[in-house]
Design a protein around this ligand. Structure first.
Ligand code: IDP
Ligand code: MG
Length: 144
């Protein structure tokens, strides 16, 4: 299942609780369209702490794991599968560095993120993780 998500054409993104709470969802979705992404699946959800821990399991030994998973469970998020040429790398470029203080002008994190932890958006960092993260949120029926 989800084997069609094999090429560099797909990535999994989230609009994180801070950006949803501050009313930046529309602006970020507009940017997604302006950057030439096609939305292949999208949902508005809230994660429990346990679900956030599952999503970010690769970071479980990091000092910020508790803070991160608490934050990700603190409000609604938008999760979406985006399609575009070179999707993973392009989205990482559009969102900017993890810490908004280090993000380039015009990037989503520079525009909308408050801090390194509460940094507005997520983007898969590889094709393999895009696939794993997509299967965390979506089944085949939920992707167009
Ligand atoms: P990324 O989201 O840019 O790929 P990662 O290093 O994969 O960054 O970290 C995952 C998420 O963990 C970040 O987006 C951010 O929300 C949070 N995070 C990373 N480093 C820190 C930190 O030093 N303090 C608090 N939260 C952090
Ligand atoms: Mg990452």
């Amino acid at each position: 299942m989800l084997d069609f998500i094999m090429e560099d054409e797909f990535t999994l993104i989230m609009i994180k609780p801070d950006a949803v709470k501050r009313g930046h969802t529309g602006a970020i979705l507009k940017r997604i369209e302006e950057e030439g992404f096609r939305i292949r699946g999208m949902k508005y959800v809230s994660l429990t702490k346990a679900q956030a821990e599952m999503f970010y399991i690769v970071h479980k030994e990091r000092p910020f794991f508790g803070e991160l998973t608490q934050f990700m469970a603190s409000g609604f998020i938008v999760a979406a599968v985006l399609e575009r040429t070179n999707a993973v790398a392009h989205w990482r470029k559009v969102i900017g560095a993890t810490d908004p203080a280090e993000a380039e002008d015009g990037t989503i994190r520079k525009l909308f993120a408050a801090s390194k932890g509460e940094n507005a958006v997520h983007g898969s960092d590889s094709r393999e993780n895009a696939k794993l993260e997509t299967s965390f949120f979506f089944n085949a029926l939920e992707l167009v």
